[in-house]
Design a protein around this ligand. Structure first.
Ligand code: AMP
Ligand code: GLY
Length: 424
């Protein structure tokens, strides 16, 4: 692979982890990021841009002369930012707006899964209260009601309370009502070039705000890999049963999928079932995966962006584990606190095997301050999950800010056990 100049679009922990991994790839000669954050500034050159504006992102990519743009978050992808960059003849890792509908519309994504024969929960797409009521009764409790549209993690309600399910549906234009899937949840990320795909090592994300899987859903409070308890062929099975049929279906529709297909799976007693598709890397779930990736990330993403994935080796992973613990701000997930001074992030970063990944931080003079819901993620590698976990928590203990929230049970037990407290 030739030298690659890269530009990462986004501001969060996912983009920091991607920029860091790109900076460690010898074939990557420059890493730029926009808008970025103070942590990303340590591994990339930052630029101002409106990430939702395709023309602004494309202009920046042209001005910098980059070979590869990686669009991190879903909102710009759904808005067609990758299309605008591709129109300038620059390779992009990230789907077109049309293909990003796999995340942008739950009903669309269900339709693709059905056409492709992908194992998933039975579902009904509903637009009236009567349709919703009928679908709830058809599938029974626990009820699963999903806003059809992108809802920044707030669109899904899983409840035994029929009135709560009806009320959530009433607040949405169109919903998907689904069969409840019972079993631990895992994240499998597939790097796709439109026809070929490679799966990364599976990870698990702890979504609830409080220990034991209590409290509201968040964007993710921590994650780890590998999943020693899961079936060893999980990545291969996901490629075979989910990713390849989906790529074939998207290709047949004239909207090939290029980018990361994030397969959220429930491991049920009938086998893996898709809970959802996302069209970008999961955050924080991708963070530990990148920490143990032993292949050059830039080469993989660049090959996928130009339809040449089969020309580079499949990714390999070190025989190590990694754990990420998220430090969230006061009020998260309902709200977030800005401007609280963070101390100790530099000390944590100096620990062996530790990276402090910035998600919602800003600089106020010389101070690092909070600037979002999820503020930092402390990521550690180790010989096994227990060791990585101990290192991550010891480093996280060095960091503090007013109102800081973190879970104490990330990677203590498989998620199916921990989060089982509420519904699973
Ligand atoms: P989603 O935004 O589709 O990932 O849904 C958010 C969360 O709701 C998931 O991470 C699951 O924990 C839960 N969930 C979604 N769909 C289902 C389902 N069919 N059965 C059980 N839980 C679900
Ligand atoms: N961690 C879940 C997500 O990225 O959607």
């Amino acid at each position: 692979m030739n030298a690659v100049k890269t530009l990462v679009i986004g501001t969060g922990g996912r983009e920091h982890a991607l920029a860091l991994a790109l900076s460690q790839d010898p074939s990557v000669t420059e890493v730029h990021a926009a808008p970025g954050n103070p942590g990303i500034a340590a591994v990339a050159t930052l630029h101002e841009v409106d990430p939702m504006s395709g023309s602004s992102v494309a202009d920046l990519a042209v001005a910098l002369g980059v070979d590869l743009v990686v669009v991190g978050p879903e909102a710009p992808l759904v808005a067609g930012v990758a299309d605008a960059v591709r129109d300038q003849g620059i390779a992009v890792f990230g789907p077109s707006g049309a293909a990003a509908r796999l995340e942008g519309s739950k009903a669309f994504s269900k339709g693709v899964m059905e056409a492709a024969g992908v194992p998933t929960a039975g579902s009904r797409t509903c637009t009236t209260p009567d349709e919703v009521a009928a679908a709830l009764d058809e599938f029974g409790a626990p009820y699963v009601v999903k806003d059809d549209a992108l809802a920044a993690g707030k669109g899904v309600v899983v409840t035994r309370d029929r009135d709560e399910a009806l009320a959530h549906a009433a607040g949405c234009d169109r919903v998907v009502v689904e069969e409840f899937l019972d079993g631990p949840e895992v994240s499998v990320f597939a790097i796709c070039d439109g026809t070929t795909a490679y799966a990364l090592q599976p990870a698990q994300d702890f979504k609830r705000i409080f220990d034991g899987g209590r409290g509201p859903n968040t964007g993710g409070m921590g994650s780890y890999t590998p999943l020693a308890w899961a079936q060893p062929d999980l990545a291969a099975v996901t490629l075979e049963q989910v990713v390849r049929p989906t790529l074939a279906e998207m290709g047949d529709r004239g909207t090939p999928f290029v980018g990361c297909l994030y397969v959220g799976l429930a491991l049920t007693d009938k086998g893996p079932r898709v809970i959802e598709f996302n069209v970008r890397f999961g955050d924080p779930d991708i963070q530990p995966v990148l920490a143990v990736l032993d292949s050059p990330l830039g080469e993989l993403l660049a090959a996928a962006a130009v339809g040449r994935l089969s020309h580079v080796p499949a990714p390999v992973f070190r025989d190590e584990a990694a754990v990420t613990v998220v430090l969230a701000s006061a009020g998260y997930p309902e709200s977030s606190s800005k401007g609280d001074v963070i101390t100790g992030a530099d000390l944590a970063e100096q620990r062996d095997g530790v990276d402090v990944i910035h998600a919602g931080t800003a600089l106020a003079g010389d101070d690092l301050v909070t600037a979002g819901g999820r503020v930092l993620a402390v990521r550690a590698v180790g010989a096994d999950v227990a060791t990585a976990r101990a290192t991550a928590y010891a480093a996280a203990d060095l960091v503090t800010f007013p109102g800081m929230q973190r879970r104490s049970d990330i990677a203590a037990e498989p998620l199916g056990v921990v989060e089982g407290a509420s519904l699973r």
